[in-house]
Ligand binder design. Structure first.
Ligand code: GLC
Length: 570
């Protein structure tokens, strides 16, 4: 039996998921009732690559209780209506392919996105973080790996893969640089947080400089960059059907180097990745050190992508095996220990402490007294989420947007968990979406806790920036998660809110306040990922088949393939 299928069969026993139903025994939506078109569409769009995921989009839509049937059918109707052989127009500003009148904001968004392009020796290699000249630039004039992801997806969706390919190859070159902070050398596989093109007008030359954490505020290496790089490589491959980029020996090596960093054996007792504070989108001290959900979810997603992209050659084989083992352990750990719903919360509330040995229920010795009061009110009757962090005697109960959306997209979340996450977002709309989508985390920390946890960071005061601020870029992740769970109406509501203000406000980086009503204290305007995040959300909603670039089927789909084939390349 394959490792993944072992994992699969254990899911039924997970205490937070309805224990009477194994995820994989769930009733499935009968797609045979659908006309063939969505399938045809996939074949057309994804061509030869990743054929194991042919049914990915339809299968990714989880079954629903009758109350949601209408919405679900709407998604299916939508899928059904999609077909346009001339979709890749290559026009500068794409038109709606599906008969919708494009929102006036999309033209402005495309124009600004194109103005943010960064060229190196005549070729576009990325997009600048912000086009705001009114504020001090700091490093917002750089191309950030994480920030480029929504830009890349927008270009892929618009049939412009070249820039994405250039970016992937350029960052790969940067990876091979020697990376040092003072006298300490970083791991070979570390990808940069950002890079910049330097023009020398005298010599008329261009050079690149990159930041691997040695210039970043706090001097933290970006753990997420390598994961995003692998995720983007798969999105590129899936969208274009061109597997030759991923198959290049240099790309294979780059991937293996990233994987070596996070699959190495050490003192770890958990399959999750131990991280320093500020090593991801939240790139300054915010109490996310330890095992932050953002990194764990991206780690899982990158492993799933790597499994598809790694070649079954002498070096690849060993990695494929290690990736499989880790996926197995990681999903078990996350689904058990990071998951919180009403039942689990009640269990923790009643935990005994100081338990020892294998029979311990409260394995990490979490003190029920450490449960924050807000979490009892926040938890709806129906719904749940992956909490922010789990470690020895530590549970960070904060809700983080990126990690939960990526958990849905990568199928780290079981279908029930994915539905529960969306249920929670619906029930806690005021708190998580409010006037401007979407809270980076909830709730904010304040007063004494803020002093201790952030080190008195004035940029991260309550309900601002990383501390409960609202980030428009997260709209694309929400939209993708909505489509995957068959609830596009949630995304539509959120997009409408964004459309009421984003352009008028000059596409800010983030909003402040409990409801996200105020343009962020130090927010840059014309923040590129606010712009591209909006575009991606719109394009995905118009053409849900784009979801295939960033979504993975549940493990169930992997199981027969892994069992069937002696080759791991699907
Ligand atoms: C801020 C954000 C970070 C982002 C960068 C560039 O530092 O915290 O996530 O990558 O700005 O936009």
């Amino acid at each position: 039996m394959s490792l993944l299928s072992v994992d699969v069969s254990q899911n039924g026993g997970i205490k937070n998921v309805d224990s009477s139903t194994s995820v994989f025994e769930m009733e499935e939506f009968d797609f045979s009732r659908l006309p063939d078109r969505p399938r045809t569409l996939n074949i057309e769009r994804q061509r030869s690559f990743d054929e194991r995921s042919l049914a990915e989009i339809p299968m990714g839509l989880s079954p629903h209780p009758p109350s949601r049937a209408d919405n679900f059918n709407r998604v299916l109707d939508h899928l059904d209506s999609i077909f346009s052989p001339s979709r890749r127009s290559g026009l500068n500003t794409p038109r709606s392919h599906f008969g919708y009148e494009p929102h006036p904001m999309t033209a402005e968004a495309w124009e600004t996105l194109r103005r943010s392009l960064v060229y190196f020796r005549g070729r576009p290699v990325g997009t600048i973080a912000a086009l705001d000249n009114s504020e001090e630039k700091l490093n917002y004039d750089q191309v950030f790996v994480r920030d480029f992801v929504p830009s890349a997806l927008a270009f892929l969706m618009n049939g412009e893969p070249e820039i994405v390919k250039n970016f992937i190859l350029k960052t790969l070159r940067l990876q091979s640089w020697e990376k040092k902070i003072d006298r300490f050398q970083l791991g070979e596989g570390v990808m940069p947080a950002s890079f910049k093109v330097l023009h020398d007008p005298v010599r008329n030359t261009e050079t690149l400089i990159a930041d691997f954490g040695e210039s970043a505020i706090g001097r933290v290496a970006p753990v997420d960059s390598g994961f995003w790089w692998i995720i983007l490589l798969r999105a590129y491959t899936k969208s274009t059907g061109d597997s030759s980029l991923a198959e290049m020996p240099e790309c294979q090596k780059g991937m293996r180097l990233i994987l070596s960093l996070c699959l190495s054996e050490g003192f770890d007792t958990f399959p999750t990745l131990l991280c320093a504070d500020g090593c991801c989108m939240i790139d300054r001290r915010m109490g996310v050190y330890g095992y932050p959900i953002e990194i764990q979810a991206l780690f899982f997603m990158a492993l799933r992508c790597a499994l598809v992209l790694l070649k079954q050659d002498a070096q690849g084989k060993d990695f494929i095996e290690r990736v499989m083992k880790r996926l197995h352990a990681l999903s078990y750990h996350m689904r058990n220990y990071f998951w919180l719903d009403l039942k689990q919360l009640n269990d923790i509330y009643r935990y005994k402490t100081e338990e020892y040995s294998h029979t311990a229920v409260n394995k990490f010795n979490v003190m029920p007294d450490s449960l924050p009061e807000w979490v009892f009110d926040f938890m709806p009757m129906h719904g749940g989420y992956f909490i922010g962090n789990v470690g020895p005697s530590k549970m960070d109960f904060r809700w983080f947007c990126l990690g939960n959306c990526i958990a849905i997209l990568s199928s780290l979340a079981t279908p029930e968990q994915a539905t529960a996450i969306m249920d929670l977002i619906e029930s806690r709309w005021e708190e998580l979406v409010g006037d401007m989508p979407l809270k980076v985390c909830y709730p904010a920390i304040e007063n004494h806790e803020w002093r201790i946890v952030t080190g008195c960071d004035p940029k991260n005061t309550r309900w601002s920036y990383h501390n409960g601020g609202s980030w428009p870029v997260l709209l694309w992740l929400l939209t993708a998660a909505c489509i995957k769970t068959g609830r596009p109406q949630i995304a539509r509501r959120a997009i409408e809110l964004a459309e009421a203000r984003l352009s008028k406000d000059g596409w800010p980086e983030y909003y402040d306040g409990k409801l996200g009503r105020y343009i962020g204290k130090q927010a840059r305007r014309y923040q590129t990922w606010s712009i591209s995040g909006y575009l991606v959300a719109k394009m995905m909603l118009e053409d849900p088949s784009h979801l295939g670039m960033v979504a993975h089927e549940e493990d169930k789909q992997l199981k027969p393939v892994l069992k069937r084939s002696s080759s791991w390349t699907f």
